[in-house]
Design a protein around this ligand. Sequence first.
Ligand code: CND
Ligand code: ZN
Ligand code: ZN
Length: 375
Amino acid sequence: MSTAGKVIKCKAAVLRELNKPFSIEEVEVAPPRANEVRVKMVAAGICRSDDHVVNGSLPTPLPVILGHEAAGVVESVGAGVTTVKPGDKVIPLFVPQCRQCTVCKHPEGNFCLKNHLKTQRGTLEDGTSRFTCRGKTIHHFLGTSTFSQYTVLEEMALARVDPAAPLDKVCLIGCGFSTGYGSAVKVAKVTPGSTCVVFGLGGVGLSVVMGCKAAGAARIIGVDINKDKFAKAREVGATECLSPQDSARPVHEVVAEMCDGGVDFSFEVIGRMDTMMSALMCCHEAFGVSVIVGVAPGSQSLPLHPGLLLGGRTLKGAIFGGFKSRDSVPRLVAEFMAKKYALDPLITHVLPFEKINEGFDLLREGKSIRTVLTF
Ligand code: CND
Ligand code: ZN
Ligand code: ZN
């Protein structure tokens, strides 16, 4: 029997308090309104940004259903939806692409003005939520809320992908892979023969390494305090790995010395002020480009002396690897299907959705790269 037009009762992982486990609860998911789509989740990755909400460094209204890296199948569509239909395989986009705002119309910009990152209202665009639990509203997160068997998204926040794509792998294209890979190939525009350093070798950082390699970098130095990450980093393209704790000198000095005064491209993929400064200072003072990928706690600022940039350094940052989401995700999936890059090295654990707390513990303990939750 069709569920279209009806409220669906299903399980979701609800975060009710900071620093507490998720509770798996039965929620009601209202039908999609105009220009919205209800999606049955198939697979969802756990990204550090979700954990930033749990630990309070990325504030968003509670109670909330988190999750922003996933893949699923369209269950039903609201009025006016033309680009997806029931049964289509889709990837939710935590940065939408409305195709009408000044950013979408700009040839380079990807941070669509309809994004939910800046407002963090915890609703869809019309200011309301499609989730309730025992009669009370549950908030959305980034317009995606993928830690639920069903979720409702705006049409502009969905990419239709190849029907043959394995959703338990390509879910990573919804955040980690694209964010990292794009930061190298699209944001930094890594050049053949160049030197690169990547601070933080989690799922996003390793994807930066993959992007640097694909762009033809000659040296890719991975930096992490957890040496267990080094083997995987080498497997995906790092030529050297080092831990800041192995030297009495600041790591930026060590890296700069290794690379003739400074690297061409550096990436911060952790979300800390000190490592953002290290990444900036180890890129060459005259031509280095440093890209901020990590999401820093909202309350902190960089101690940035302007003199660090006067010689010609560039400091930049990007969301979702600078990719225009709806245009790029189907192409990235096609490139995965054509074996242009692999996602398997990033997936260290697969767990049933109900074990989401175990998945977060693995991340916090530094034991996983990406855990994929299956529904
Ligand atoms: P994950 O936690 O898997 O990786 C971070 C890595 O950094 C781990 O391997 C840590 O061991 C390492 N690390 C921690 N502290 C230090 C330190 N002081 N020095 C060196 N290494 C350290 O996280 P992830 O890969 O899922 O995400 C990385 C960051 O990217 C995180 O801040 C997340 O919020 C952010 C992000 C950004 C975007 C975007 O669009 N810009 C999208 N998703 C995630
Ligand atoms: Zn993410
Ligand atoms: Zn837009």
